[in-house]
Design a protein around this ligand. Structure first.
Ligand code: HEM
Length: 120
């Protein structure tokens, strides 16, 4: 059970990040149909990440470090959605730099905690 969840989780995270960038550049290029499809697949990957993440969290008996990682990961998903939806609506305005900085910061923390580089 644990190995299956971990394999799914660790092979999906890079695809999630990749799909985010593909969706972003498709939106920027005004390729509406393509962007919509990629964004839909990306949302499916959010679900996979969250469900397998919760599964792993249960296996780890809700260890504090990983609970924190989960919270940061949910924030990361929020920042990805904000960047995509607001770029699409052309409503990123002054908030653009804030969302991008938070995206990079939460992504780096989530991956470092995931690979046990940072532990508490
Ligand atoms: C887009 C969001 C996420 C990203 C980019 C991400 C990334 C990662 C990465 C890179 C790892 C290390 C995988 C490995 O060792 O091969 C990991 C492990 C883990 N993730 Fe996530 N994750 C995300 C969402 C979540 C969520 C929402 C939760 C919890 C609710 C979660 C809980 C965990 C746990 C508990 C581990 C530790 C697995 C272990 O070492 O046994 N993750 N994650």
């Amino acid at each position: 059970m644990y190995t299956g969840l971990l394999h799914t989780h660790s092979s999906s995270w890079a695809i999630t990040v990749l799909l985010f960038f593909i969706a972003y550049f498709l939106i920027k290029a005004n390729k509406e149909k393509g962007a919509k499809i990629v964004h839909m697949i990306l949302r499916l990957f959010y679900v996979i990440m969250v469900l397998t993440g919760i599964g792993l969290l249960i296996q780890w008996n809700f260890a504090f470090t990983f609970v924190l990682k989960g919270i940061l990961a949910i924030s990361l998903i929020y920042f990805m959605e904000m960047i995509l939806v607001r770029t699409k609506k052309d409503a990123l305005a002054g908030k653009g730099p804030y969302y991008w900085i938070m995206f990079v910061a939460t992504l780096v923390l989530v991956v470092l905690i995931g690979f046990n580089v940072i532990a508490f």
